[in-house]
Design a protein around this ligand. Structure first.
Ligand code: ADP
Ligand code: MG
Length: 728
């Protein structure tokens, strides 16, 4: 007996050779095969009498083979199979090229159905290379697979043709018609008038009409997003049952803090801080994403939350604290160290001990001083609550790092990273810490409601008031000289210049576009190959700029192969104004803060996504000076123009991210197809109506039945689904 889980090698008619090929398509079981959906359809549904055939049209006819034979062409060394078919109204020729074996399967007097393009040559009208299948006799009701209907066309691999797939899938559909468990709850089927699974699956492969195909597709797009939503909401519901530290909001403390800053918070910063502070008052773990363009001032908001956790309820200047601790994780050492210094400084009046830990270094900030401290000692102090905030890289997630009372985890620039890592940080604790994740990547609403569906969103909508709009200029090859002149002048005025160049060449399996800032992990930029590539392009650019273009300026490069200390020294020199121009690739350091830099110059701008270009641009314009972003491009194509123009016209990260999403697809936002999401779901993610519909439906179910006790099939599917997807 076969069932849906039966491996395909056990299916009659699938030989070993096919088994291997199907595996390449990701098909391992019968279920996979049935869910291998066509990419498009061919309409051969209109069977016409032979005498109504018109040249140039795709036509389908039925008839008897009068004769069939192979002939050889002398000039082209080609074998032509020629047949003639007859019905009551007339005859027509059919020609196939280089398929001599056809005469073995098609013989004189066979009844066939044929579909293909009607062509005209010197010899007359003929069907060009038609699809065909044998039929018992001429009748309208024949159960056709490859002709005489709307036929499915699949994404093919060498040796697995659509014809073969149709031949295998069709009988399976018939066999399993009543054996496929319906996973959508009946109330959902009814409410949205979806086709039941068995009908949907038959109609996605062999639709009775295009309307049927659309109806089937609608069901499956819904189904996939619905599973995604359920899986997100279920995680969330689970988390809501856990307990977190309550950290009462201390308004006086917060006031004192904001008054100690050299600037006024923007309204957005205030609102976001308030949302966060309200969240961490509750005994349920917060899961919040703080989103704001580069330079919008997320760090200070996070620092407020940290301060409130540690000192909330105690006099600000008192030695004592609540004993609660905060972990602050950044994606790179440079960023972590920038945060360590910045946050220590912001908190200097509040008597807080800040630790710093990376793979190589450990420091501590106490009583207004930063000093080196042995890792062992730092960890001991952490365990005994002598350290209030620990700032660092991934090295915070190590067995040896033990917090005594971890109440809040802050994660900078790592998208969804935090959700799964939170668990790692709290293995020893009964209480779950609150999570605040920060990102500068604008998240379109469709994605906020899907892949980020388990996070609450706080949005910093405005930039600090002193900022000027950055002027963005597309530079064509012939305008280079004048752009260089302008940049030279800026440097002579004491401004700093960033140069970004794309990496050239690609890694095995890598797609063309550079990663979106913030979404990369150290794993994929530390690879030596990538390191070598980026070093090469950076070096080339360095040679060019320092020897030919700006021989009189102080130019330095920053690349992944440099040691951290070296990188830090370079960044510091650049900040201080001892370096004029800093050259790096896209992968180097998101979020660095250099207020004196006013020029961002991007080489090969066509190679980056809009959202990413927008992020680069955000590294300048961080004080009240006019800043500029030069997009150097050599690609004259319309599409590229249009894309770059969008960047010139808009300084709204959301708009640009939405455009990026439309142009490059959601896969790009998550490292190509690696998310494991089926195409239908990916497509669905662009459709806000569908996203909202699935979310509402999932909410309704989860609110009634958070454990999905009454929906065993659905629960099973959600679990499977969760295993398949990975957004990290
Ligand atoms: P991001 O959101 O990109 O992480 P940062 O937190 O690094 O931004 O802040 C960027 C710069 O803006 C920092 O130098 C910070 O001190 C400054 N800043 C933050 N908030 C304000 C504000 N409200 N007014 C003026 N400057 C601000
Ligand atoms: Mg930042």
């Amino acid at each position: 007996m076969i069932n849906l889980e039966t491996p395909i090698e056990d299916v009659p008619n699938i030989g070993l050779a096919y088994y291997k090929k199907l595996k390449k398509l990701g098909i391992k079981t019968i279920q996979d095969l049935l869910f291998y959906f066509p990419v498009r359809y061919e309409d051969f549904s209109n069977i016409i009498p032979i005498n109504q055939i018109k040249v140039g049209q795709i036509s389908c006819v039925q008839g008897r083979i009068l004769h069939i034979e192979n002939t050889q062409t002398y000039k082209k060394w080609m074998i032509i199979t020629e047949a003639e078919i007859e019905d009551e109204t007339g005859t027509i020729k059919a020609l196939w090229f280089n398929q001599p074996f056809l005469t073995k399967s098609l013989r004189q007097d066979d009844f066939v159905c044929m579909a293909g393009k009607v062509s005209l040559s010197k010899k007359g009208v003929y069907l060009n290379n038609p699809a065909f299948e044998k039929i018992s006799e001429i009748s309208e009701n024949d159960d056709l697979t490859h002709t005489g209907r709307i036929i499915p066309v699949y994404s093919e691999t060498k040796g697995v043709t659509s014809k073969w797939l149709r031949y295998i899938i069709k009988p399976l559909l018939e066999y399993f018609y009543d054996k496929m468990p319906e996973m959508l709850p009946p109330e959902i089927l009814k409410k949205y008038k979806f086709l039941p699974l068995k009908e949907a699956i038959c109609n996605i492969h062999f639709p009775e009409s295009f309307e049927h195909a659309d109806a089937a597709k609608a069901r499956f797009s819904f189904e996939n997003l619905f599973l995604l939503q359920l899986s997100m909401l279920r995680e969330r519901a689970k988390l809501m049952q856990k307990t977190a530290f309550t950290c009462p909001m201390d308004a006086a403390l917060m006031k004192k803090f904001t008054e100690s800053l050299p600037f006024q918070l923007t309204d957005s910063q205030r609102q976001c801080a308030f949302q966060i502070l309200k969240d961490i008052e509750k005994p349920v773990p917060m899961s919040r994403l703080l989103e704001g363009d580069v330079g919008s001032g997320k760090t200070v908001v996070a620092t407020m939350a940290a301060l409130n956790v540690i000192k909330g309820g105690y006099p600000a200047f008192a030695k004592a604290s609540t004993g609660k601790q905060v972990a602050f994780m950044a994606p790179t050492e440079i960023l972590a160290s920038q945060h360590f210094k910045g946050i220590s400084k912001m908190l200097e009046k509040f008597n807080i001990n800040v630790g710093y830990l990376t793979g190589k270094e450990s420091f501590v900030y106490k009583n207004g001083k930063i000093t080196e401290m042995k890792k062992k000692d730092l960890l001991l102090e952490l365990e005994f609550s002598q350290i209030n905030i620990l700032i660092g890289t991934h090295s915070l997630i190590q067995k040896t790092v033990k917090f005594s009372k971890l109440a809040l985890v802050i994660i900078d620039e790592q998208h969804r990273f935090g959700v799964s890592q939170r668990a790692e940080l709290t293995k020893n604790s009964k209480l779950v810490p609150h999570l605040l994740s920060m990102t500068a990547t604008p998240i379109p609403r469709t994605l906020a409601l899907t892949v980020y569906g388990d996070l609450d969103l706080s949005l910093i909508k405005e930039m600090p008031k002193n900022r000027k709009k950055i002027k963005t200029i597309i530079v064509n090859p012939e305008e280079r000289k004048s752009a260089y002149d302008f940049i030279h002048k800026e440097v002579k005025d004491g401004k700093g210049v960033f140069v970004i160049c794309p990496k050239i060449g690609k890694e095995e399996g890598e797609n063309d576009s550079a990663p979106i800032s913030g979404s990369f992990t150290p794993k994929n930029y530390n690879t030596s190959l990538l390191g070598a590539l980026e070093t090469k392009t950076v070096k080339q650019e360095y040679e060019k700029l320092s020897k030919e273009v700006f021989p009189d300026l102080r130019i330095t490069m920053l690349h992944g192969k440099m040691k951290t200390e070296e990188k830090q020294r370079v960044m510091l020199d650049f900040k201080k104004g001892e370096i004029d121009i800093l050259i790096s690739t896209s992968v180097v350091e998101v979020g660095v803060d250099v207020p004196r830099a006013t020029v961002m110059m991007i080489e090969g701008a066509e190679r980056f996504g809009l959202a990413q270009l927008h992020q680069f641009r955000g590294r300048v314009g961080r004080n009240d000076m006019q800043s500029y972003c030069f997009l150097f491009t050599t690609d004259p194509s319309q599409l590229n123009r249009k894309r770059l123009k969008a960047l010139v016209d808009s300084d709204n990260g959301f708009e640009l991210a939405q455009k990026d999403l439309e142009i490059r697809g959601p896969g790009q936002l998550y490292g190509a197809e690696q998310s494991g999401l089926p195409d239908v779901a990916m497509e669905g993610m662009l459709n806000i109506f569908l996203v909202e519909k699935t979310r509402a439906a999932a909410k309704e179910i989860i609110e009634k039945d958070p454990e999905l006790k009454n929906y065993p099939i659905l629960l099973e599917q959600v679990k499977n689904f969760k295993q398949r997807i990975h957004f990290e």
